[in-house]
Design a protein around this ligand. Structure first.
Ligand SMILES: Cc1cc2nc3c(=O)[nH]c(=O)nc-3n(C[C@H](O)[C@H](O)[C@H](O)COP(=O)(O)O)c2cc1C
Length: 355
């Protein structure tokens, strides 16, 4: 694949980041982003939560909120794409500007606030897709003004269950007031019970079992992580994505945007999110799948997430800075790192630094 991104990047960085994102989506819809024609090394193939992934790399939620380009993203060589966050009703999100580049830090601050076209649009798009060529997950959330946020998650799962391969309950966006309170023990128990019941209904009706995962924040104390691990292990939920963006602002950040409200992602999130991942691996002891997200930007950081306990790795912000060729680059580097350490498959390396 010829990498035209360095040229495109100059244009994209000359306009505001939200406009750049829309231009990127348009290019993807037009098929201008290309495809990865080289197959994946067999060492990268992996079975996680009962699903077969050609490689462990995935697009994190928030890039394709309305399921406009999942197949185009899979064609770039990803093993999975997570669309959303989708809320039951369409909502505009927060006023603009609501996304800021911290270029010196290879980071972004966003406070989009779940701008999306709502469940019926996502359902229509996902139901029209051929079910081959990679795994598609659907990330579900609650509307800003939802009287009962938990029921928004139930509705999301109910509507999308037939149309995606796995589902993520996003209870960790910092940009919807009160949302992160769903991570507290009692709320979480209720949420997971209610989502489990929706899934049981589908399975009882003859649908296949599909994995359910939870997406947590990186800003949780040890006690909160222990509670989450306990509740998740008791609930029959299949995995946890560690993590969403952070509300912390590390001292290392540069530039005028660091005071903007919102969630920070990219390179400065790598260390803190990987530490939470390690803690979660210790607490869950390999009994459920962990998906590592936060600051992955090369093979080394992807490999570190895997060694910290991640069976799958997701990224978003690094794509803004490096473009689609990053996917092939990470896969090649990761394959080399696995082989250098004597791991025959990616699954063999999961948790190697913790267990
Ligand atoms: C612009 C932007 C929008 C995002 N929107 C969502 C979202 O709608 N739902 C969600 O679960 N995570 C969302 N995220 C978080 C990412 O999925 C990911 O967890 C986080 O950015 C850390 O990964 P990264 O450092 O590779 O970007 C968003 C991130 C960014 C940068």
């Amino acid at each position: 694949m010829v990498d035209l991104f360095p040229i495109a990047r100059a244009g994209l960085f000359a306009v505001n980041p939200e406009r750049a994102h829309h231009l990127t989506l348009t290019a993807l819809k037009l098929g201008l982003a290309g495809r990865d024609l080289r197959g994946d090394d067999p060492a990268l193939a992996t079975q996680v939560m009962g699903l077969s992934f050609g490689n462990p790399l995935g697009l994190a939620a928030g890039f394709d909120k309305d399921a406009q380009v999942p197949l185009a993203m899979l064609r770039l060589g990803l093993g999975h794409v997570e669309v959303g966050t989708v809320t039951p009703l369409p909502q505009p999100g927060n006023p603009r500007p609501r996304i800021f580049r911290l270029a010196q830090d290879e980071a972004v601050i966003n406070r989009f606030g779940f701008n999306n076209s709502g469940l019926p649009v996502a359902k229509a798009r996902l139901s029209g897709l051929p079910r081959a060529g990679g795994i598609i997950g659907a990330n579900i959330g609650a509307n800003k003004d939802a009287p009962d946020p938990l029921s928004d998650y139930e509705v999301g799962l109910q509507v999308l269950y037939p149309h995606a391969d796995y589902f993520t309950a996003n209870i960790s966006s910092p940009n919807t007031p009160g949302l992160r309170d769903l991570q507290a023990r009692e709320n979480l128990e209720q949420l997971l019970t209610r989502l489990g019941r929706v899934r049981e209904g589908f399975v009882a009706g003859g649908s296949s079992y599909k994995p359910l995962v939870l997406k947590i924040a990186p800003d949780l104390e040890t006690k909160a992580l222990e509670d989450i691990a306990e509740v998740v292990l008791a609930s029959g939920i299949d995995g946890i994505i560690v993590s969403n963006t952070t509300i912390a602002r590390p001292d290392t950040l540069h530039g005028s945007h660091i005071a903007e409200m919102g969630g920070l992602s990219g390179v400065p999130l790598f260390e803190p999110s990987t530490e939470v991942l390690r803690q979660m691996r210790r607490l869950t002891k390999g009994k459920i799948a962990l998906i590592g997200a936060g600051g992955v930007h090369d093979g080394v950081t992807a490999y570190a997430k895997i060694r910290a306990g991640a069976s799958l790795v997701q990224f978003y912000t690094a794509m803004i800075y490096h473009g689609p060729a990053l996917i092939r680059h990470i896969k090649d580097e990761l394959t080399e790192l696995l082989k250098a350490d004597g791991f025959a498959t990616v699954a063999d390396a999961v948790g190697a630094d913790v267990d």
